[in-house]
Design a binder for this molecule. Structure first.
Ligand SMILES: [Zn+2]
Length: 206
């Protein structure tokens, strides 16, 4: 098995998409017929999720600095990279090297500012620019300083579910199935925690 099947046709995944969209209750209009085409409506559907990521992580949060830039040369370079790009302009060239990944050094503000770019790179992964594994890494380890809101958690879950379907073969091939499962569990847990806090708050207000 090799990565070339990314280009091959596969079965229609509209039933899955309904499940993904249902999580937020969003309506999704089917614009063309899915038979015989390769992962139909991908472009439109991916655009919608990426757009939503931009909406849920407001842009006015761009920090002046992204890393502890006075710490060392590497921290300074990563800071420079993230400062001179925007979440719209940044590409796989800047973020795709797991051995030299600026996103490993950012704080909560930096992560939230660039999160839509991470979503974009992961969802639009290709054979040459595969970002799903790094996306999983960034949202799987315990960065207790980073808190996402309920709607942000819900978005992460929908992105994960889509990645799981869209890159099922790659995830299995690279041995990341376990990581994906743990990630989904973790984010369902975080979502449940947000829901719980919201319920407690609304009870407290009465
Ligand atoms: Zn450093």
């Amino acid at each position: 098995m090799e990565h070339s099947h990314l280009k091959d046709s596969r079965t229609c995944w509209i039933p899955y998409r309904k499940e993904i969209m249902d999580h937020s209750g969003d309506e999704f209009r089917i614009t063309s017929d899915c038979h015989g085409s390769n992962r139909p409506h991908d472009a439109l559907f991916l655009d919608l999720l990426i757009e939503e990521a931009h909406r849920l992580f407001p842009e006015d949060l761009k920090p002046r600095h992204f890393t502890d830039f006075e710490h060392c040369d590497e921290c300074r370079e990563h800071d420079e990279t993230l400062r001179t790009h925007s979440r719209e302009s940044i590409t796989y060239a800047e973020l795709g090297n797991p051995g030299y990944d600026p996103m490993c050094f950012v704080d909560e503000h930096g992560m939230k500012y660039y999160f839509p770019a991470l979503v974009r790179l992961a969802l639009r992964s290709t054979i040459k620019e595969y970002y799903v594994d790094q996306f999983l890494l960034h949202i799987s380890y315990n960065r207790s300083c980073i808190r996402f809101s309920r709607v942000q958690c819900s978005l992460v879950i929908r992105v994960l579910k889509l990645l799981k379907i869209r890159f099922a073969d790659e995830i299995e091939l690279l041995g990341h199935s376990d990581e994906m499962r743990k990630c989904l569990e973790r984010w369902y847990g975080l979502l449940e925690k947000c829901n719980h806090e919201e319920r407690s708050e609304s009870v407290g207000k009465r």
